[in-house]
Design a protein around this ligand. Structure first.
Ligand code: HEC
Length: 175
């Protein structure tokens, strides 16, 4: 399906069957396999093709600037020791784009092309933070910084408790 570029914002109106809660300008098609669409440039045409996105993003209140659906409020993680985290598993989660993807924002040792948006996590071990503190950062950093750009991996159910324990062990091990 081809749409003019300037139609991007209103593409959904022409294309889609709307569920009441989605914003009117969201790229959603209830009949697409994943419901969420993504624009693809059609070379030399001035047009965009709308293709099914690989994941269903409709539960996320981030489909457009008009999306006013509420997000779950910041949550205390309620960490209980002992940590029982696996450093190697934590590292794998941190580097996996479909899971933690921490590398997109943070410099992690031994990795090429890290992100530079987040704090440097090199040498984290020497900072001497408690496991509970680090666990909370990953679970939901909004308690410490309400305007953080870091996703609340725990509150939003993006990672399991064990994933966050493994990541905590990994971050705490960084030299
Ligand atoms: C979208 C970018 C982004 C992603 C993805 C991200 N972070 Fe962050 N993180 C940040 C930013 C930015 C900060 C600090 C400032 C803030 O809160 O906005 C931060 C802070 C932290 C802190 C606290 C640092 C300190 O000074 O104590 C830890 C620990 C941390 N992140 C770990 C992780 C881990 C582990 C992951 C992957 C599961 C991750 N982050 C994913 C952006 C990100």
């Amino acid at each position: 399906m081809h749409l003019p570029l300037y139609g991007l914002l209103f593409a959904g109106l022409a294309l889609c069957a709307w569920a009441g809660d989605w914003p009117a300008d969201a790229a959603v098609d209830a009949h697409a396999p994943t419901r969420t669409l993504t624009p693809k440039v059609v070379v030399n045409s001035g047009r965009l093709a709308w293709e099914p996105y690989k994941r269903d993003l409709t539960p996320w209140p981030s489909l457009s600037h008009l999306d006013r659906r509420p997000t779950p409020p910041p949550q205390a993680a309620g960490f209980t020791p002992p940590l029982r985290g696996d450093v190697a598993r934590g590292r794998a989660i941190a580097l996996d784009p479909a899971r933690g993807n921490c590398i997109a924002c943070h410099v992690l040792p031994g990795e090429d092309w890290p992100g530079s948006l987040g704090h440097l996590l090199l040498g984290y071990r020497k900072r001497g933070h408690s496991d509970a503190y680090v666990y909370q950062q990953i679970y939901d950093r909004r308690l410490i910084n309400p305007n953080t750009v870091m996703p609340p991996f725990g509150t939003f159910g993006l990672l399991t408790e064990q994933d966050i324990r493994d990541l905590t062990a990994y971050v705490q091990s960084l030299d």
